[in-house]
Design a protein around this ligand. Structure first.
Ligand code: HEM
Length: 176
């Protein structure tokens, strides 16, 4: 679960687009005000909050699933600031929020868990040279990328997959 969330944090870069219905003033926590004019288009880039040190701490650039461990137990924590359960909850919006919160999120989660469980149970997955797996560098992303891609189109990032011994003839069936 924590790997799933950390992968989303590092890769989901969706943009929510809204039309401003009325002149609206937003203020930030240092008191600066921003006027959003009626009729203009506002875009909220989810990946920005996913990469801000003030929410995640100075290890924000690392792939570190442990940060999501015990999140349920930490829910009521009074602690604030970088890396706190509260800060992470505020910044972590892979499925958007509010009226347009992704209705497919449970389905997407079930699909990903099914694929991961299948791979872990039934297959051997190895790097091309048989060595340790390393997180690839990410390509520079633009605001229109929903998901961050590996640099150089994933060059050198292949894996060998084969059926695990004893699981060669297993047929997989998924029910929801
Ligand atoms: C990991 C996979 C997915 C991610 C990261 C994701 C992310 C998002 C985000 C961020 C939004 C909000 C967009 C906005 O605020 O304008 C959204 C909306 C939406 N998603 Fe997903 N989504 C995923 C999978 C799915 C799946 C599997 C389905 C359908 C089976 C789906 C259907 C929708 C629909 C219909 C909306 C529009 C909801 C509305 O406007 O009220 N999504 N999604």
């Amino acid at each position: 679960m924590s790997c799933y969330k950390e992968t989303q944090r590092k890769t989901v870069h969706q943009v929510s687009t809204r039309t401003v219905m009325e002149d609206t003033v937003l203020s930030d926590k240092v008191g600066r005000e921003y006027l959003l004019k009626k009729g203009s288009v506002a875009q909220l880039v989810i990946g920005v909050g996913h990469g801000m040190e003030e929410y995640w701490g100075d290890d924000v650039d690392e792939f570190k699933p442990e940060r999501f461990l015990n999140q349920g137990a930490r829910k009521g924590d009074a602690e604030e600031g970088p890396g706190s359960a509260k800060a992470m909850r505020t910044a972590f919006q892979p499925f958007g929020g509010g009226a347009h919160l992704c209705p497919g999120r449970a389905f997407a989660f079930a699909e990903m868990m099914a694929v991961m469980a299948t791979l872990l149970l039934g297959y051997e997955v190895e790097t091309l040279d048989g060595g340790e797996w390393k997180l690839p560098a990410f390509a520079t992303r633009s605001v229109i990328d929903a998901v961050t891609k590996p640099a150089k189109h994933g060059e050198g990032f292949g894996v060998n997959i084969r059926r695990r011994q004893g699981w060669e003839n297993v047929q997989w069936k998924y029910e929801a």
